[in-house]
Structures are given as structure tokens and as C-alpha cells.
Design a binder for this molecule. Structure first.
Ligand SMILES: Cc1cc2nc3c(=O)[nH]c(=O)nc-3n(C[C@H](O)[C@H](O)[C@H](O)COP(=O)(O)OP(=O)(O)OC[C@H]3O[C@@H](n4cnc5c(N)ncnc54)[C@H](O)[C@@H]3O)c2cc1C
Length: 585
């Protein structure tokens, strides 16, 4: 049993004694006013009803047991045991019991790595659609970020094998999608080398074909998360062709069919700022046996399937971590008294809380939109596949960057205690910084969005068409300016792509993301109101237009009355009718 998992009942709402409470003990699904109503919009009703108790259960765990386990696993990182007592090289990764219990929740009970690939997970008679998977990841990430890396890699490895190699898929998917701790296998992705990070084409690991049809891999991989995985997908130079064109994709098992360890070693685990619960190692491949995945001349293109799904998951996790930060900031501000009243009653604090809210809601809306598009793309819709191709790097880039700031600003809202590791904010700050680095840094991912998806793959047209269609339902006074912003952002993205030197990539990617979220807010608010619900999200469209897509005079007062009304609606969580929301928008 972990030393203090679950034993932190002294914190939580109502335990003030002068100290601001935290969200420990809250059901994070119920505490999130946005997710449930948005799932009503985006999900088919029978599935939505079926998943409700499971979402509720994970929400309770995320604010309770899972959160306590995450704190414990963060404080007790995995260790590497190079040899056993008989001198055999084992390089085993030992995880703290808290990590293993989190695995049982994520991989076992909720089947997060399995649910997209086979029927029966959570009692549903078919594989669950992407929106279900990402809703659960979003909740899970509010407690634990590190383990979602192996979960997501296992999920995306199954997807990659299923797409490109039916034989390997048949061999590996039963274990990769198992919910049984004694039977499951987890996946990893070994790409990065000392010289080859963003520049994957500089890969030096060599793959040589063997007479028995297997390949032999030799070289070093510098960053290998989930280092103790049962199998990894590895990029290695299979042909004497320079750059990414010479790279093949290989499945590298930990154990050989005859029960011996494969010829690769974990030589060191990294001492990381965040994701400390999960092992990231350095690996040496010494003639390791590997199996070619799909077409060995298309290794890099095939690996991008895994990378893109991991990128998407990273954006979703950033959305989840921002939500946790906002919930914590709201609970802390409401429960802390300063100068005779609650912090949340001070005008500048209300403004800060509203500022935290905007990127958090943007990331959630963009997540659900992207998940919906993924389902359509997987069903064979070519236009949706293009939208997904662009939406993925946009979410990864912008949400991961926003999460750094939101986590930092939420930390400040708790004051000095926010900086202390007793509270979750410090871990959120450490973890959120990784999202912008791994699976491609911001520069690299923004370039992927603008130079490749917009410039070369023709994704911008379908992206704009799909979003514009949503505006047909929105009141004209809101739809007009939002549509104009979308077209301006699209024109700028085209210009940036044509420019070709990368200077404008990040600006253009941000513009597209912001404009898209303004469309989504306008549509969501309208649709929720049509069902008799809260139209408040429409007001966020206006904030995006004013604060993200317009030039502002830094010395202008702005419309303080409207701003106070917006803060009132969002900080106090008070619903608005369509007419009220449109008036504020
Ligand atoms: C904790 C952790 C776990 C990881 N796990 C894995 C893993 O499991 N598997 C794996 O394969 N990798 C993993 N990585 C590696 C990660 O994906 C790389 O670190 C990342 O892609 C950046 O590569 P790099 O470190 O070589 O940096 P570099 O590529 O050297 O980048 C350095 C800087 O140069 C900038 N830059 C590079 N190219 C360009 C360009 N064309 N235009 C503008 N700027 C540019 C980057 O944005 C960055 O700011 C992990 C990394 C970390 C930190």
C-alpha cells in the first residue's frame, strides 16, 4: 500500500482554518460545468446515457483516490534495477505501488488503451468512439498526466499496427487491449536520438535484414518513455537513403519468442521535471530483434500515425490539466478571505479567474470538435480526415502552450501555498511544461500545421467549410463577426504557408485555433440554449474576438461594465439565456 495515498483527508473543501481549501474530495466530473452539457451535444444519446455513470465514477476518482495515488507516484519515481542478485542483466523498471494501482484504474477498470479497438469495454457492445476516449482522458489527466503517456502510446500503437500490418496486429492487439494486469502489454515509441530530435531524418540507428525475415537494430535511443514497455515502435535506417526517406518502422519486443530478453538495454532513467511517476529512459540497441511494420520504405509516414494520435492526446491532456487548474483556482479564491472578503470578490481576482477560464474552455471545445472529426475520418470521410490532419497540431500546439500559463496563474491564485508541493498546483506546473516539448516542440508542431497541413496537404478548405457550416445555426449578430474572423485567420494561414520560411507559423496556427474556437463557442451556446440550457459559451466567442484576434490599446480602459458582467457570469457560474448571452457578445 502506498504510504500516503488516500490519506490526505485533512485537505479539501471546507477545511479552511484560514488556509484556502483545495479540490481534494470533489467529483471533478460534477465540478466541471462544461463537459456534461457539451457531451450531450456531441454524443449520440444512448451512448451518452450509458457512459454517464462511468464518467461520474472517474470524476470521483480523479478528485479522490486517483489524485492521491498520482501525488504518491510523483513523489516516488520509478527506479532501474540493472542486475538481479545472480548477476543477470535485467534492467527492470520498478514502479511504486501507487503507479500500479493507477494502471489498474486506467488500463484495467476504464480500459483507456483498449476502448477504441475492441467491443466490450465499459460494457459497450462496440469499440467506443474517439469522443468517449478523450472525455475519459480529459478527466484522468486532471489527476495524473504521466501514466497517460504509456496509455496513449499503447492505444496509438494498436491503431498504427491495425492500419499498416494486419499480421502484427493480430499477434499483438489481444495483449495491447487487455484489461487484465496479468495479461496486458504496454507500448512505447523510440524515435529520438542524441542527434535526431525534431530532425528525425538524422536518425543513425541501423536496421539490417536477417535471413529469417526479422531485422536487427543497433544504435541508441535518447528519450524512451514507458521504458519498461513490452514492445516499442522504433524508427531505424533501413536503407542507405538519407533523411526520413531511408527510415523503416519496426516493432521491437522486450522478450523474444523463446523467452530470452531481447538485445536492448535501458542504461539510465531520466531525472525529469515532470511526469515523474513514469519512466523515461535511455536505450541501447545491440543487434535487437525487430519486426518490420507494414511497408519498410514508408517507415516515417507510418510512424506519423502514432505521433499524430499521441499529439492529439497531448492536447486533450493539456485541456484536462487546465480544467483542474481552473477548478483549484476557483475553489481557492472562493474559500480564502483577504481584506475582509473572499478573494473571488475582488475585482482583479475575478478578472484573473475569467482569464484562466477562456483557454480552458477553448481547449475543451476544440478537443470535442477534433474527436468528432476523427470519428468521421475513421469512417472514411476524406474531408474529415483533412480537418483532423490540421486540427491535431493546432490543438497540440496551442492547448499545450496555454496550459503552461494557466497552471502558473492558477498557482498564483492560491498564493504561497500554490508553490508548495502539498497542493497540486506545483505538479501541474511541472507537468504542463512537458506538453509543449515532447511529441514535437511548438515550432515543429506549428510548422506541421501551417507548412504541411495548410501548405501541402490542402486541409484548410475542409477546415473552414466544416466550421462555417456550424455558423448556419447561430444568431446573425454573432455569426457575422465570427465568420469574418475565421476567414481572416484562414487567409493569414495561407499567406504564412506561402511565405515558406516559418516565421509566421506560430502566429498563423494561433489565429486558426482562436477563430475555430470562436465558431465552436457560438455554435455550442446556441445549441445548448435551443435545448433549454445555458447560452453562456456565446460570450466566450466575443472574448476570443476581442482579446485574441483584435489589436488592443494597452492603455485603453475597455468596456469595464461588460467585463464585470462576464466575470459575474463565469466566476459565479450563472447561466445566461440566449438573449442575455447575445447581448453580451
Ligand atoms: C520527458 C520526455 C520524454 C520523452 N519521451 C520520448 C519518447 O518516448 N520517444 C521519443 O521518441 N522521444 C521522446 N522524447 C523526446 C522529444 O520528443 C524531443 O525532446 C523533442 O521532439 C525535441 O527534440 P530535441 O530534444 O532533440 O530538441 P531539438 O530538436 O534539438 O530542439 C531544440 C530547439 O530547436 C527548435 N527547433 C528544432 N527544429 C526547428 C525548426 N525546424 N524550426 C524552428 N525551431 C526548431 C525546437 O523548437 C527547440 O526549441 C521525450 C522528451 C522528454 C523531455
Amino acid at each position: 500500500m502506498p504510504d500516503d495515498a488516500g490519506g490526505d483527508a485533512a485537505t479539501g473543501p471546507g477545511q479552511a482554518g484560514g488556509i484556502a481549501p483545495d479540490a481534494a474530495g470533489l467529483n471533478l466530473y460534477r465540478a466541471d460545468g462544461a463537459l456534461g452539457p457539451l457531451l450531450d451535444l456531441w454524443m449520440e444519446a444512448p451512448l451518452r446515457a450509458h457512459l454517464e455513470p462511468h464518467l461520474d465514477a472517474l470524476g470521483a476518482l480523479a478528485g479522490g483516490r486517483l489524485d492521491a495515488l498520482a501525488r504518491d507516484a510523483d513523489r516516488n519515481p520509478p527506479t532501474l534495477v540493472p542486475r538481479d542478485r545472480f548477476g543477470n542483466d535485467i534492467d527492470a523498471v520498478l514502479h511504486h505501488p501507487a503507479y500500479r494501482e493507477m494502471q489498474e484504474i486506467g488500463l484495467g477498470r476504464f480500459g483507456l488503451a483498449a476502448m477504441s479497438h475492441r467491443a466490450g469495454v465499459l460494457g459497450w457492445p462496440a469499440p467506443l468512439p474517439p469522443i468517449a476516449k478523450y472525455a475519459f482522458q480529459y478527466l484522468f489527466a486532471q489527476a495524473e498526466f504521466g501514466l497517460l503517456c504509456p496509455i496513449s502510446m499503447t492505444d496509438s500503437m494498436s491503431r498504427t499496427l491495425a492500419r499498416f500490418d494486419p499480421v502484427l496486429a493480430a499477434a499483438w492487439l489481444p495483449a495491447l487491449t487487455s484489461q487484465d494486469p496479468d495479461a496486458w502489454a504496454t507500448g512505447a515509441m523510440f524515435m529520438t536520438e542524441k542527434r535526431a530530435g525534431s530532425d528525425v531524418g538524422a536518425t543513425e540507428t541501423i536496421a539490417s535484414a536477417m535471413p529469417d525475415g526479422t531485422w536487427s537494430l543497433s544504435g541508441e535511443k535518447w528519450f524512451c518513455s514507458n521504458a519498461g514497455a513490452d514492445a516499442a515502435l522504433v524508427l531505424a535506417r533501413a536503407r542507405g537513403v538519407p533523411g526520413t526517406a531511408g527510415l523503416g518502422l519496426f516493432l521491437l519486443p522486450r522478450m523474444l519468442p523463446d523467452g530470452r530478453r531481447n538485445r536492448w538495454r535501458i542504461v539510465r532513467l531520466k531525472d525529469k521535471l515532470g511526469t515523474r511517476s513514469m519512466a523515461s529512459g535511455e536505450v541501447v540497441l545491440d543487434g535487437a530483434v525487430a519486426y518490420p511494420v507494414g511497408d519498410v520504405t514508408r517507415g516515417f509516414a507510418q510512424m506519423l500515425e502514432m505521433v499524430n494520435v499521441s499529439r492529439l492526446s497531448n492536447g486533450v491532456r493539456a485541456a484536462g490539466m487546465m480544467r483542474r487548474a481552473v477548478i483549484e483556482a476557483s475553489v481557492a479564491a472562493a474559500g480564502r478571505v483577504a481584506f475582509g472578503r473572499s478573494v473571488a470578490d475582488h475585482a482583479s481576482a475575478r478578472r484573473q479567474l475569467l482569464k484562466l477560464r477562456l483557454p480552458t474552455e477553448q481547449a475543451l471545445s476544440f478537443t470535442l470538435f477534433t474527436a468528432d472529426v476523427m470519428a468521421k475520418a475513421d469512417a472514411g470521410d476524406a474531408g474529415a480526415a483533412k480537418v483532423l490532419r490540421l486540427a491535431t497540431p493546432l490543438l497540440k500546439f496551442r492547448a499545450c502552450r496555454d496550459a503552461r500559463k494557466v497552471a502558473g496563474d492558477a498557482m498564483e491564485m492560491r498564493g504561497g501555498n500554490g508553490y508548495i508541493e502539498d497542493f497540486v498546483e506545483a505538479r501541474l506546473v511541472r507537468d504542463t511544461h512537458l506538453g509543449s516539448i515532447w511529441e514535437g516542440t511548438s515550432n515543429v508542431v506549428a510548422e506541421d500545421a501551417i507548412a504541411r497541413a495548410v501548405g501541402r496537404a490542402g486541409c484548410l478548405g475542409p477546415f473552414v467549410v466544416t466550421l462555417s457550416a456550424l455558423l448556419a445555426e447561430v444568431p446573425l449578430s454573432v455569426a457575422g463577426p465570427v465568420s469574418e474572423a475565421l476567414h481572416r485567420a484562414a487567409a493569414f494561414a495561407e499567406e504564412a504557408a506561402a511565405e515558406g520560411n516559418g516565421t509566421l507559423n506560430r502566429q498563423a496556427a494561433s489565429g486558426l485555433y482562436h477563430a475555430a474556437t470562436a465558431v465552436l463557442f457560438a455554435w455550442e451556446g446556441t445549441m445548448l440554449a435551443a435545448r433549454g440550457g445555458d447560452a453562456r459559451r456565446i460570450t466566450l466567442a466575443r472574448i476570443v474576438l476581442d482579446h485574441r484576434l483584435s489589436a488592443r490599446d494597452p492603455l485603453a480602459r475597455g468596456d469595464l461594465v461588460a467585463e464585470a458582467a462576464l466575470a459575474e457570469a463565469w466566476v459565479e457560474d450563472s447561466a445566461l439565456t440566449l438573449a442575455e448571452a447575445v447581448a453580451l457578445a
